[in-house]
Design a protein around this ligand. Structure first.
Ligand code: WT7
Length: 652
């Protein structure tokens, strides 16, 4: 390891001031931005919105009818024009939009001009398939350029896209197709993943069998896998798109029109289709991408190293960077395969200046060898980012020293699929960042940590993280369910205060430290999974009568899943059964959901009111002594549960 001295760290408070060289080259180094934004926050967001290409100005910047907000009312724009056409028209058609790196090592550079043409072709092809403004298109693709093309082609014709993470299984895909009533599905024959090929089209076939709304399916050739094309429904992507014209008139969208849906896990078994709109969302992600990453399109190479099937990829892999004319890296497959050095090779080869990824990936890099980055020339790096879960101070410091050579500020950005864009984060040339803290609300954003009654907590105290006023990237609603939107986010503290579902502590300086979720949502490798959805996937197996899951804190993936299962009479709890159950969940829901441990129990711990005592399951999963169990209906169960858990986890 390059034992760079931690001399830049202020020992007393552990805060790391922005390095002078960074500040000198920064475009956003004026701390006055916070006061300026706060003095007229709506006007400040209007100012940010002017950075996009509008075909009609808005009449009103914000109409707030709690809990429904409308930003830039009356304005018209098309997201694909702000992301592509205007850059090409300004003479930047030859600039690389994406350096694409395939998992097997193939590479392709896509310029803005090429991207615009491909988007035009697919947009025309989709119109040819009968996709009209407002229709939903599902995208189930690996990290190939066509994923970005597909998103922007949908934006071009005003058809909200619903990207489904390619690691999800058939049931998860089917649930999302059905809920969105998707008309078209864009997928691939297969996906490369750690040297293996995931049979995407075969999974899609099963899912489409359960989703009547899908009337056409375009299949990108990626792995030369053997697939069956159903006549009248399926076609090869390249054949359809190859015949289409590259020029496609963009749909003039209202700022208020949905840009996309993205499904995320909630506290019930049904995933929520988070709806993001065009004007406000694009304003928020473009402004935060510019400021938080101190982005200069003529200097930087930006790498959002996460799978674009999640919100981070939408906002900071596609829409934010493209709106800012960024040159980005787009990498397919796992970052540590085939070699644990893959990420550093890419960063070196493409001259990456800004790396944005998750603590789970950073921990995996570190676990692969503390000093691995030192074997590469990473001098192009100037800024590092983290997102998705709290980053431990020692992981932060490793990232700072071993990857960033002690000279790159780190932005720990807190936000959610629902917020659309970043909400809390240091500004790299301004904030003295404390390792492990997401610090403060960004300019134009307000946040407050409150107690159970909704009153702001004192410094030094913890509580619920809330957002007490609208922001441009905020979700419009949950697809098809305004009531669930209201109940989930705007009822806990009244209909004017957004409840994030996270807990946070305010330190003595007023800086915020995220403490994790308030509800039954697990974070597995940065991905959000709800206990209810996982439980539904387990109970779906014929041998299972009842199931409840708990998370065990894991140093690598955040939460490891421990499932407590009661089998139906006549089924044995042998190792083969347990293995079968784990695979069942992986096939049904996706490999990320495969439980680490399955504990077969005689019964689940229930209170006299009949609800599962989740606190007890968490204690068991963590290997802690059970806390107060006096409310249990059957107190004798505890000894059996402890025993069964110890046996299943090999902890005796
Ligand atoms: C949840 C949202 C944000 C895009 C990726 C995840 C947790 C997110 C941080 C952070 C601590 C974080 C929260 C949040 N989270 N960023 N910097 N520090 N926790 O989006 O799937 O919607 O998950 O991720 O618990 O509520 P998501």
């Amino acid at each position: 390891m390059s034992h760079a001295p931690l001399g830049s760290v202020d020992g007393a408070r552990g805060a790391v001031p922005p390095p002078q060289e960074f500040v000198a080259r920064s475009r956003y180094a004026d701390p006055g931005v916070y006061d300026e934004a706060e003095a007229d926050w709506v006007g400040w967001w209007e100012h940010q919105a002017h950075a996009l290409a509008w075909t009609r100005p808005w009449d009103e910047p914000l109409a707030w009818d709690p809990p429904f907000a409308r930003w830039f009312v009356g304005g018209r724009l098309n997201a694909s024009v702000s992301c592509l056409d205007r850059h090409v028209e300004a003479g930047h058609g030859g600039q690389v939009a994406y350096h694409w790196v395939g998992e097997p090592g193939d590479r392709r550079d896509l310029t803005y001009a090429e991207l615009a043409k491909q988007v035009g072709r697919l947009a025309n092809a989709l119109r040819g398939l009968g996709v009209a403004r407002g229709d939903r298109v599902a995208i189930y693709l690996p990290m190939v350029p066509e994923l970005v093309v597909a998103m922007l082609a949908c934006a071009r014709i005003g058809a909200p896209h619903s990207v489904v993470y390619a690691g999800f299984g058939a049931q998860a895909l089917a649930d999302r197709l059905v809920d969105a009533e998707a008309k078209v599905l864009i997928t691939a024959d297969g996906a490369h993943r750690r040297g293996e090929v995931l049979p995407l089209k075969r999974v899609a076939d099963v899912a489409m069998g359960a989703a009547e709304s899908v009337r056409a399916c375009l299949v990108v050739r990626r792995t030369n896998s053997d697939v069956r094309l159903m006549p009248g429904r399926d076609a090869w992507y390249d054949e359809v798109v190859g015949q289409a014209s590259p020029t496609c008139e963009p749909e003039a969208m209202d700022a208020e029109d949905p840009l996309f849906l993205l499904y995320t896990s909630g506290t019930t078994g049904t995933p929520k289709g988070i709806v993001h709109r065009t004007g406000g969302y694009l304003t928020h992600v473009a402004a935060t991408h510019r400021m938080v990453f101190d982005h200069d399109p003529d200097r930087d190479v930006f790498w959002c190293a996460v799978n674009f099937g999640w919100i981070t990829g939408h906002s900071y892999g596609v829409y934010g960077p493209l709106a800012n004319r960024a040159t980005s890296v787009l990498a397919e497959g796992a970052l540590d395969h085939p070699s644990p050095d893959r990420a550093w090779r890419i960063a070196e080869l493409d001259g990456v200046t800004t790396l944005y990824t998750t603590p789970a990936i950073i921990r995996a890099f570190r676990a692969a060898g503390e000093d691995r980055p030192a074997a590469h020339d990473l001098s192009s790096l100037r800024l590092l980012g983290s997102v998705g879960e709290p980053i431990e101070p020692e992981v932060w410091r490793w990232y700072h020293e071993a990857v960033g050579g002690g000279r790159c500020p780190i932005v720990d950005t807190w936000w959610q699929a629902e917020t659309g864009g970043m909400m809390l984060s240091p500004l790299p040339a301004i904030t003295e960042a404390k390792p492990g803290s997401a610090m403060r609300p960004l300019p134009g954003i307000e946040a407050s940590v409150v107690d159970d009654e909704g009153a702001a907590v004192e410094r030094g105290q913890a509580g619920h993280l809330t957002v007490p006023r609208p922001w441009p990237g905020m979700l419009q609603t949950i697809w098809g369910d305004d009531e669930r939107y209201r109940r989930t986010y705007w009822s806990r503290f009244g209909d004017e205060v957004y409840a994030t579902g996270d807990r946070a502590r305010v330190d003595d300086d007023g800086d915020l430290w995220l403490l994790g979720r308030d509800d039954e949502v697990l974070k597995v490798a940065g991905h959000r999974l709800s206990s209810a959805e996982l439980e539904a996937a387990i109970v779906d197996h014929r041998a299972v009568a009842e199931a409840a899951v708990a998370g065990r804190a894991d140093p690598l993936v955040g939460h490891a899943i421990v499932a407590f299962v009661r089998l139906r009479p006549g089924y044995d709890a042998d190792p083969a059964r347990v293995a079968q159950l784990r695979e069942h969940v992986a096939a049904r829901f996706g490999a990320i959901a495969r439980p680490e441990t399955i504990v077969v129990v005689d019964d689940l711990p229930k209170t006299r009111a009949g609800t599962i005592m989740r606190r007890l399951l968490e204690d068991l999963a963590e290997g802690r002594a059970p806390g107060d169990t006096s409310a249990l209906d059957d107190p004798d169960l505890v000894a059996h549960l402890v025993e069964a858990t110890a046996e299943a986890t090999g902890r005796r």
